[in-house]
Design a protein around this ligand. Structure first.
Ligand code: GLY
Length: 358
């Protein structure tokens, strides 16, 4: 099932359908291998590879009758609160000034609402603040100092989110700064010899995305992150941007992402995953199509390898209304986590476009 597609094969294809055929996928109306059977949609929780605990927590709440949004936020809070998880919340890797800045979004399918925060400092649970933006304001996105003031107005306590481990990782980066920051000299589409492209691709874009269907068929999702490690202060990735890092449509399903946020911001891919599912594609096929769109969108040579493939990775995770789920990435080797309520959370291999060299 996980057959790689070369960039040449992809670029030669005249449509998404022919590209998918080249991968061995049939796009339209194909039953997903992981479809859950039965008349009523069963609850399911999917998350990125760091979501074993989060999916288990969310499913346990859903089985007790919780709304999917309550469940996914409680799930990702476990990861935000974990000082040893360096991509989210407490202990997240900081910006280039050594300050942790967090981004998060939530979407609640049954009410068609969403909320997000970006570049939020000193508050370990940005997902809870994103939810309050949704529920207690007439806005959708609040950033920076305003987001911090909003969180404090709702009783959140400021704290230093740097741990000894993340501070030492930042100091090491700072002391070796010259080739790995995000500042670029003037360059054009043909320029390859800028070290940032590769170095940034290898830096931490860690994030957790978690999406769920509850017992009433309500679909919700949440994405939360400390973003690209050692980023330029104020940099915002895809995670808090509805349509990019997360999208939910209660009539169709939910999708979210991890990986290089800049690439996903340029393609707005989570809403595309949902739209691909609306057209009849399985969650996995929809995720693969979104990956292909990012590949097609990436034209700057500094971001491409010598075969014209992106040097970076982006991952998508999706569920549909029927309880089918799937995940895919541009590059092989990525996993996702899922809990269907029948057994413990599992970590599974996602589909991919390109196979990494061993
Ligand atoms: N996808 C997370 C980020 O790039 O910030």
């Amino acid at each position: 099932m996980n057959l790689p597609i070369t960039r040449r094969e992809f670029l030669n294809s005249t449509s998404a359908a022919s590209a998918a055929a080249a991968m061995g996928h049939t796009l339209l109306n194909a039953p997903a291998a992981n479809a859950q059977t039965g008349g009523q949609p069963k609850p399911v929780v999917i998350a990125s590879s760091n979501g074993l605990q989060a999916t288990a927590k969310a499913m346990s709440m859903i089985q007790q009758g919780a709304d999917a949004l309550d469940a996914v936020i409680a799930g990702v809070n476990l990861v935000e609160d974990d000082p040893n998880e360096n991509s989210v919340g407490l202990g997240g890797l900081p910006n280039e000034d050594g300050v942790v800045e967090l981004d998060s979004s939530v979407m609640h399918g049954p009410t068609g609402r969403g909320g997000s925060v970006a570049a939020l400092r000193n508050i370990r649970n940005p997902s809870k603040v994103a939810r309050l933006v949704m529920e207690r304001t007439d806005h959708v996105l609040i950033v920076g100092e305003g987001a911090l003031r909003f969180a404090k107005a709702h009783g959140f306590k400021e704290e230093d989110l740097l741990t000894e481990e993340s501070r030492e990782a930042w100091l090491k980066w700072k002391e070796n700064l010259s080739r790995t920051d995000d500042w670029l000299p003037p360059h054009d589409i043909e320029t390859r010899n800028i070290s940032m492209g590769l170095q940034s691709a290898l830096r931490n874009h860690g994030t957790i995305n978690c999406n769920a269907i509850d017992l009433r068929g309500g679909i919700s999702g949440c994405t939360t992150t400390s973003g690209l490690s050692f980023k330029i202060p104020g940099r915002v990735g895809d995670s808090p941007i509805l349509g990019a890092g997360l999208y939910v449509d209660n009539e169709v399903g939910a999708a979210g992402s991890t990986g290089r946020g800049e690439a996903n911001l340029l393609a707005c891919s989570s809403v595309m995953v949902v739209e691909y599912m609306r057209q009849g594609n399985s969650p996995e096929q929809a995720c693969l199509l979104a990956c292909q769109r990012i590949v097609a969108q990436t034209k700057m040579k500094r971001l491409l390898d010598d075969q014209g493939r992106p040097k970076f990775n982006v991952n998508f995770y999706a569920i549909n209304k029927r309880g089918e789920f799937g995940a895919a990435a541009i590059w092989s080797g990525e996993k996702f986590t899922v809990n269907t309520g029948e057994k413990e959370s599992r970590r599974l291999d996602g589909a991919f476009l390109f196979k990494r060299n061993p």
